[in-house]
Ligand binder design. Sequence first.
Ligand SMILES: C[S@@+](CC[C@H](N)C(=O)[O-])C[C@H]1O[C@@H](n2cnc3c(N)ncnc32)[C@H](O)[C@@H]1O
Length: 253
Amino acid sequence: MKIVYDASDPWPQYLKCLNELIKDNCAKQLCEIGGGAFPSLSLEQIKEQNLRYTILDISRTELERAPEEYVKVEADICDPKLKSEEKYDLIFSKMLAEHVIDAEVFHTNVYKLLKPGGIAFHFFPTLYSLPFVINRLIPEFLAKLLFNLFVRNDPIVHKRFTAHYNWCQGPIKKQINNLEKVGFEIIEYKGFFGHKYYKKIPILKSLHKLTTRFLMCYPNAYLTSFSFVVLRKRPNPVVKSRLRIMSRGPGPV
Ligand SMILES: C[S@@+](CC[C@H](N)C(=O)[O-])C[C@H]1O[C@@H](n2cnc3c(N)ncnc32)[C@H](O)[C@@H]1O
C-alpha cells in the first residue's frame, strides 16, 4: 500500500489518475457511481477508446441532465439488494462518497460489481478539514446558505446534495481497516492538504496557506481536505483465507 500526501489541486489530477488507471489496467468496462449530470468521461473518449461506460446514479433528474447517448442506470449504490448482470473492470466516483448514507454498503456493492482483480477509484472530501466539519455539523438551511456564498458559481449547474462524510477521511488506520474488511487491497491512498474555500477571505486564506505548508512538512492523516483512494478487488479472497488458516499451524491435539 502506498500512502502519499500532496498540496496541489486534486481536481485536474483526478482525470489524469482516472485515465492512467484505464490505461494501466486495460479497463474496458467502466462504471461511474454518482456520475449524474456530469459524467467524468466524454462521449468522444468513450468512442475513441472503445469503452463500455455506465453511469449509475440515484437521481433520475441528474441522469436526465447528461446527454442521452450515455448508458445510464438509475439505482442507489447503498441498496443492499443491488444487483447487476454486468461486472466492471473499473468503478469510480467523484464527490459521491460523502453523500452516501451507508458507506459499508456502498463499498460492498462496488466490490460486488467489480470483476475479480477489478479496480475501484474514489475522489472525495475528507474530515477533519474545517469547511467539511462545519458542513457536517450545521443545520441544512445554514449549509445551503454557506454553499451559495462560498462554493456555487452557477446556480443552475451546481446543485447541493446533503453530505454525511461516512468513511470520508484521509489514510487513517480505521479507514484502511474498514476498506480491507470489505475485501479490498489498498493500492494507493493519497491525502490532499488545503482547499480553495477561503479565497474570499484574505486573512484566512494566508493562514490556511501557512498551515498547508506546515502539513506538507509534518503530514497528519486526520487533517487532509480531499483524498484519492485506489482499491483492488482481491482476485481470489477464498484462497487467501485458506492460506491464513493453514499458516496458523497445527491445532490443539
Ligand atoms: C455532488 S454530485 C457529484 C456529481 C459528479 N460526480 C460531479 O463530480 O460533478 C453527487 C451525485 O451523487 C449522486 N448520489 C448521491 N447519493 C447516491 C447514491 N446513494 N447512489 C447513487 N448516486 C448517488 C447524486 O444524485 C449526484 O448526482
